[in-house]
Design a protein around this ligand. Structure first.
Ligand code: NAD
Ligand code: ZN
Ligand code: ZN
Length: 372
């Protein structure tokens, strides 16, 4: 491993700042770079960046590919991102250098670089641990370069701590997908024994959502399309599967899949298409909660006012998670409760992963191996 703390040289000076680093950090590295809006990603060598005083440099070993990375390449959200851009925000690796103000992350520590790369830590949202809402948040693979490179910068205060006994490839998808669905389930207020509909259950977020829901003792109704995803959902422990491609009436089928036919107590909307965002309020149980998490471009939520009022429906958004949610989501994984399927391919294969993702053909998650 390149980062044994005992083999470090203490200081290197770069333009008046001090960086504590491992001597094995190269000048150049392999990366996938979006050079123009719409892509494709270009696999090439780029310089390794130097951490600022409050940052760490992480040798990324594995990175999950989230649908958000595809949105970033296309530029289809009303939120500016940098260009050229190194995408990626589910990176698991090892700290190989740190700035002089970093005191609580050591060289050799196993850490995760997640969507929230950094935040101001001083605004009213950061003060109450709502750092995803910080107006000055930096977003990995979006407003700052992310984890589709071998050496990635992150604010030390925000890196996820990865326990020693956890595999870096399997934990990678937890760093966005896992944290996000865990937070979404908590935001729904659902209780053990109740039922949750997971829309987009066969995708990256959906496969993890099933595992967290199972660990929380929930009944799961999975909604996605096709037989491969049905098989995966059944294997992950879903109690029912509604195929949106085959169903003649998704609303009726989801309701019928609940024990008493009254609909699920909560709905997690993870799909990357608008229609389910306009259906969920119809099948959620009275007093139920619809949590919007997926971010289809240009889409709107829609719900009938009369029924939403008289059935006391709650509709809300949920956006990644804070540092506490991160630690909790990782702890579920460490305890062996989260086993979601993933396929590992080399970093050079990112464009192929995007093609499959665009076609909705990925059951679970793809994880990039950065050593290849
Ligand atoms: P994914 O491509 O892995 O999965 C999406 C799934 O939705 C696919 O399995 C697809 O078949 C399914 N789907 C499409 N149309 C559907 C429909 N009508 N009904 C049911 N299922 C349908 O994507 P992902 O990586 O899981 O990401 C999902 C979305 O979540 C993306 O828009 C992403 O940007 C967003 N996201 C949001 C947050 C957040 O904090 N709110 C965090 C991470 C990702
Ligand atoms: Zn993500
Ligand atoms: Zn802030």
């Amino acid at each position: 491993m390149s980062s044994n703390p005992s083999r470090t040289i203490p200081t290197t000076t770069h333009t008046s700042r001090t960086i504590i680093m491992s001597y094995e950090v190269p000048e150049q590295q392999w990366a996938q770079v979006i050079e123009k809006s719409g892509g494709p990603p270009v696999y090439k060598q780029i310089p390794v960046a130097k951490p600022a005083a409050d940052e760490v440099l992480v040798n990324i070993k594995y990175s999950g590919v989230c649908h958000t990375d595809l949105h970033a390449m296309k530029g289809d959200w009303p939120l500016d991102r940098k260009l050229p851009l190194v995408g990626g925000h589910e990176g698991a690796g090892v700290v190989v250098a740190r700035g002089e103000l970093v005191k609580d992350v050591e060289l050799g520590d196993r850490v995760g670089v997640k969507w929230l790369n950094g935040s101001c830590l001083a605004c009213s949202f950061c003060e109450q641990a709502d750092e995803p809402l910080c107006a000055d948040a930096q977003l990995s693979g979006y407003t700052v370069d992310g984890t589709f490179q071998q050496y990635c910068i992150a604010k030390a205060a925000h890196v996820a701590r990865i326990p020693k006994d956890v595999a870096l490839d399997a934990i990678a998808p937890v760093l966005c997908a896992g944290i996000t669905v865990y937070k979404g389930l908590k935001e729904s207020g659902i209780r053990p024994g109740q039922s949750v509909a997971i829309v987009g259950a066969g995708g990256g977020l959906g496969s993890l959502a099933q595992q967290y829901a199972k660990a929380m003792g929930l009944r799961i109704i999975s909604i996605d399309g096709g037989e491969e995803k049905r098989a995966m959902c059944e294997q992950l422990g879903s109690d029912a599967y509604v195929d949106f491609l085959a169903s003649k009436d998704v609303v009726a089928d989801v309701r019928a899949a609940t024990e008493d036919g009254l609909g699920p107590h909560a709905v997690l909307l993870l799909a990357v298409s608008e229609k389910p965002f306009q259906q969920a309020a119809e099948y959620v149980r009275s007093r139920g909660v619809v949590v919007a998490i997926g971010l289809p471009a240009g889409a709107y939520l829609r719900a009938p006012v009369f029924q939403s009022v008289v059935r006391m429906i709650t509709i809300k958004g949920s956006y990644v998670g804070n540092r506490r949610d991160t630690a909790e989501a990782i702890e579920f994984f460490r305890r062996g409760l989260i086993k979601a399927p993933f396929k590992t391919v080399p970093l050079s294969d990112l464009a192929k992963v995007y093609e499959l993702m665009e076609q909705g053909k990925i059951a679970g998650r793809y994880v990039l191996d950065l050593s290849k």
